[in-house]
Structures are given as C-alpha cells and as structure tokens.
Design a protein around this ligand. Structure first.
Ligand code: FES
Ligand code: FES
Length: 160
C-alpha cells in the first residue's frame, strides 16, 4: 500500500509517495537519489547506513521510511557547506581516516551526531559512540584521531 512521506531531508522539505514497507536506506538511495549512504551488512551490524534523524544516529537499513514522517533527516550529503568540508569530514581527510572509504559515510554521520550533541566530546565517548560502526580495512586508531581532530576544529568554530 502507498502512502505520502513528508520530511525535511538535508535541510529541504520534500514529500514522496512510498510503499509502506520501503526502508529508509532504500528511500534515500533509490527515491531521493542520495547514494552517499551505503548498504553494508543490511542487517544492523555494521553502521555503514547510519544517518541522523533529528540529530540522532539511526541505522537506515533497519528503519521503515514511513516511521520518519515529519522528522528531519540528514545524510552525508548534507555536510558540505558552500563547498567546504565540515569539521568531521576535514578530520577524516586530514588525519587519513579512510582507506577504501566504504564505511566512512556511516562513521562520519555517527561522529557528526556525537559532535552536535557534545562538540567537546572526549576520546572515551568517541570510542563508545562509534563502537557499533565497523571498518574492514583500517585500524581504528586513525578513525579516533580523525574525530578528535574534528573536535579541535569545532573549537575553532567549524560546523560538525
Ligand atoms: S547496512 Fe545498516 S547496519 Fe549494516
Ligand atoms: S575504509 Fe574501507 S571499510 Fe572502512
């Protein structure tokens, strides 16, 4: 059965006809055309599909799109500001926090959510908050350093 989904997606209001059982991940990639959000395990295990719903990290592979009606959803595409990288994106870029990059949209959105909630977050909080995101090709040291660098950049007034 079809329904109308209304939401604010990356800062813009939109509405789309969707089927009741479409996942948020599929809505974003196939209907909204936002392919930055990645499909990994497709089962709630890897975090590659993480987006923010009202600033809270959400696994889009486990979320029915219909349940976010009226909410604010941000994907990795939302982070560029007038062509400038956000603090978290700069953190990963400048601290070499990626290899193949496939997991990075999920890590970046999880970190962006954490920094929106607490721009001065600690290393322990970073480790705990990003603990359910999996990277299959880097060690996690660079990833933690990348988010710590983003924290430092936030102190210098960049956006998460
Ligand atoms: S694809 Fe959603 S948690 Fe892995
Ligand atoms: S950089 Fe390749 S899976 Fe994380």
């Amino acid at each position: 059965m079809a329904r109308i989904l209304q939401l604010t997606l990356n800062g813009r209001a939109r509405s789309d006809a969707i089927s009741e059982n479409v996942l948020l991940l599929d809505y974003l990639r196939e209907i909204a055309g936002l392919t930055g959000t990645k499909t990994g395990c497709d089962g709630g295990e890897c975090g590659a599909c993480t987006v923010l719903v009202d600033d809270q990290p959400r696994l889009s592979c486990l979320t029915l799109a219909g349940t976010i009606d009226g909410r604010r959803v941000d994907t990795v595409e939302s982070l560029l500001n007038d062509g400038r990288l956000s603090a978290v994106q700069r953190g990963f870029h400048e601290k070499l926090g990626a290899q193949c990059g496939y997991c990075k949209p999920g890590f970046i959105m999880a970190a962006a959510g954490l920094l929106r909630r607490n721009p001065r977050t600690s290393e322990d909080e970073i480790r705990e908050d990003l603990g359910s995101n999996i990277c299959r090709c880097t060690g996690y040291v660079k990833i933690i350093e990348a988010v710590q660098h983003a924290v430092a950049l936030c102190s210098a007034a960049a956006l998460p």
